[in-house]
Design a protein. Structure first.
Length: 259
């Protein structure tokens, strides 16, 4: 397994300091979760590249700071607002390319917005993001997210049908648990479109535990993905609240190396 960790694990620690910690823990792969517009600028990207290179870590994915705005500003029927905000994704995809990342992770629209848009408009908007990514040589991916349209297997099927070969998925275990979905049914359905994994553990009481601290069946997950020749990274993404994150990431890495 190719193992990585997201800088989001250390939020609200500054992004560059979080990346330093991921590198020092010996992870060969990282996801960078941007947290402010200034982090998309060239001087900051250069700093991140230096940290990653010195740490022997490849940055494989970028998560936009603007995910909280995607529903009303990108997946909207108000064209002027879309036109004003789409430039953030030009910069995000360019930042990913500068960092050598393959993937940009999109949350999309909430499942029940006050003013819903047709699914066809959603797919049209998402295709615009895909086109931006292609210009920079990066792949824009839909993440399955609880309380968002993408929490639904049926919605993601419709999206796959609409986008065809341009549909790629970032799969997040904790999000299926929170959405009450069957994780392995979801994996089986989209195993050929999943290019990147966000992993965590869970049990009956908690939906976001460090890998190895719950009851999730990682071998079953791995078998499903390997049946589709998955070549991507298994990126640990947990949240810092209540955890000694460095200790947990160190122990999780050791555990996952035995799978």
């Amino acid at each position: 397994m190719k193992l990585g960790a997201s800088t989001a694990c250390f939020y609200p620690l500054e992004t560059e300091k979080a990346l330093e910690k991921v590198c020092k823990l010996g992870y060969k792969y990282a996801e960078v979760f941007m947290n402010a517009p200034c982090e998309l600028e060239e001087p900051f990207l250069k700093q991140l590249n230096t940290i990653a290179k010195d740490g022997g870590t490849d940055i494989v994915s970028v998560h936009p700071f603007s995910s909280f705005m995607e529903s009303p500003c990108i997946f909207t029927d108000y064209q002027r607002r879309f036109d004003d905000f789409i430039s953030i994704y030009d910069k995000t995809c360019h930042a990913a390319a500068v960092l050598g990342a393959k993937y940009v992770v999109i949350h999309g629209a909430v499942a029940h917005p006050k003013i819903p848009i047709p699914d066809e408009r959603y797919f049209e908007r998402f295709n615009k993001l895909i086109e931006i990514g292609k210009r920079e040589g990066v792949t824009v991916c839909q993440e399955n997210v609880n309380r968002f349209k993408s929490e639904s297997i049926d919605f993601c099927k419709k999206m796959r049908n609409a986008l065809g070969d341009d549909f790629h998925m970032v799969f997040d275990i904790k999000q299926t648990v929170r959405a009450g979905q069957d994780t392995f049914e979801f994996l089986e359905e989209f195993k050929n479109q999943i290019v990147h994994m966000h992993i965590s553990d869970n049990n009956k009481e908690r939906d976001c535990l460090p890998p190895g601290k719950g009851t999730f069946d990682y071998k079953k997950m791995k078998n499903i993905l390997e049946s589709a020749n998955y070549q991507g990274v298994y990126m640990t993404e947990i949240y810092s609240l209540g955890f000694d994150v460095e200790k947990e990431l160190r122990e999780s890495k050791s555990y996952l190396e035995t799978i």
